[in-house]
Design a protein around this ligand. Structure first.
Ligand SMILES: N[C@@H](CCC(=O)N[C@@H](CS)C(=O)NCC(=O)O)C(=O)O
Length: 203
């Protein structure tokens, strides 16, 4: 098995945290985006999207998409601790909240970065006016989440799950790229302090 990683990437970090929580170690192949290693014919043959992370199984099967990779580890490698829900209801709740964290937070924070930062200038067609629209949407969703987190510890269930990891990685990207959690959002800031204090936060 090989895990193709992008050290600074938010999505590979989602899987790295997930694996660290389970105590799983996997051989890592570092991909350097600055050298366009994710655009070589060999890499594109594995993942035509040119994105990370990628998991290559021993029989050559390729898995992409962070949560699909997490699901493989949870169901085929090591179920404990359960991070995708313990029961059918919890699994549905984790999926619901993970999708929300991806669509409502991770996407606008990431699009703010992609459309507003010079790093992406020659890598994708940028629409600079779209960047502040995305930032405003992300901040509005943080305000909604602050209310949701008023009476529970974690995003989806009583456990730290993949939905928390998705939000944590999205907000870390936001912190580094100009979409910070407003100070007045006490519940979200409490949650942020809790999850970033976990030993796995820097995986
Ligand atoms: N939906 C994918 C997104 C993967 C993705 O966009 N990864 C970023 C790194 S965080 C990437 O590889 N970007 C390279 C590029 O856009 O060229 C997942 O969850 O794994």
């Amino acid at each position: 098995m090989k895990f193709y990683n992008l050290a600074a990437g938010m999505n590979p970090r989602r899987v790295r945290i997930f694996l660290a929580e389970k105590g799983i170690e996997v051989p890592i192949v570092e991909i350097d985006m600055m050298k366009n290693e994710n655009k070589t014919p060999e890499f594109l043959a594995m993942n035509p999207m040119g994105t990370l992370p990628v998991l290559e199984l021993d029989d050559g099967t390729i898995l992409t998409e962070s949560v699909a990779i997490c699901r493989y580890f949870e169901e085929a490698v090591q179920p404990a601790p359960p991070m995708l829900g313990r029961t059918p209801l919890e699994r549905a709740q984790v999926e619901m909240w993970n999708r929300r964290m991806e669509i409502e937070l991770l996407v606008p924070i990431s699009e703010h970065f992609r459309h507003g930062n010079a790093f992406w200038k020659d890598r994708l067609p940028q629409v600079p006016d779209y960047a502040p629209v995305c930032r405003d949407k992300a901040v509005a969703r943080m305000t909604w989440l602050d209310t949701e987190l008023a009476d529970r510890e974690f995003v989806a269930t009583d456990d730290y799950t993949v939905a928390d990891i998705t939000l944590q990685c999205a907000l870390l990207l936001g912190k580094n790229t100009g979409t910070k959690i407003p100070d007045e959002l006490k519940n979200l800031n409490r949650w942020w302090k809790d999850v970033t204090s976990r030993p796995t936060a820097r995986a």
